[in-house]
Design a protein around this ligand. Structure first.
Ligand code: SF4
Length: 225
């Protein structure tokens, strides 16, 4: 079964949300339509309630790159997707293409998780792969990394992804709001939303590790330890 067919099956079984996007079927003659979940009511009104209409998946990249205030979204999992638009799509293939722009790889990660083939990378594995200026990120302490999870990840810090990784194979994340978050904003039941999964620390997190590792190093040097 192709990814598009699996997506179709998810929609038939009641899934209607991914991240901040509402997935609708059969809307004013269009087989599929997407909009910000806060615009769902408007999208069902005549002329899509005045929302800006996009035909086909091409606009998904632009819509997902900048927030309403024009700031760059550091990860597509950031909870600040622009509102005010509806995207109508003629096929499930186009729907898949659009979702891959809004939330790259997230559908595939969810399907892989469902069939048990999802591979997860620990933070240490991710950091040990870093080269150039990011090599220094490797030296962050476990405590520093645990602290960063709580100050960088989770909806309180605008990331809507569920963290699947550990610090290393034997070190799970400390319990916190960020580590408990299930990747489904607005508390929808798990049977209605495709969760956004974080299988490896993102570049933003790695950059924060580098900063924190430098701060740890400088603090140690200053104390003469
Ligand atoms: S590491 Fe994952 S959960 Fe944390 S901010 Fe990056 S994408 Fe979000």
């Amino acid at each position: 079964m192709t990814t598009a067919q699996k997506l179709q099956q998810l929609l038939k079984s009641g899934y209607h949300r991914i991240g901040e996007i509402e997935l609708q079927t059969d809307l004013y003659g269009y087989p599929y339509a997407l909009c910000h979940q806060a615009d769902v009511e408007l999208s069902t009104e005549p002329a899509f309630g005045g929302l800006e209409i996009h035909h086909g998946p091409a606009a998904a990249r632009d819509l997902s790159t900048y927030a309403e205030d024009g700031t760059y979204r550091f990860t597509k999992g950031q909870v600040n997707l622009k509102r005010g638009w509806v995207m109508v799509l003629e096929s499930v293939q186009d729907l898949r293409l659009a979702l891959d722009q809004f939330y790259p790889a997230c559908l595939g990660l969810f399907l892989a998780q469902q069939d048990g083939s999802l591979e997860i990378e620990t933070l240490r594995e991710k950091l040990n792969r870093q080269t150039g200026m990011y090599r220094f990120a490797r030296s962050i302490s476990d405590a520093g990394a645990q602290q960063l999870v709580q100050t960088v990840c989770g909806p309180a810090h605008q990331c809507a992804k569920k963290i699947l990784w550990k610090i290393d194979a034997d070190t799970p994340l400390d319990d916190s709001e960020a580590s408990r978050f299930n990747g489904i904003p607005n508390d929808l039941p798990a049977t209605q939303a495709i969760p956004l999964l974080c299988r490896e620390a993102c570049n933003h997190f790695v950059a924060e590790c580098r900063k924190a590792a430098k701060a740890e190093f400088e603090a140690k040097a200053a104390s003469g330890a």
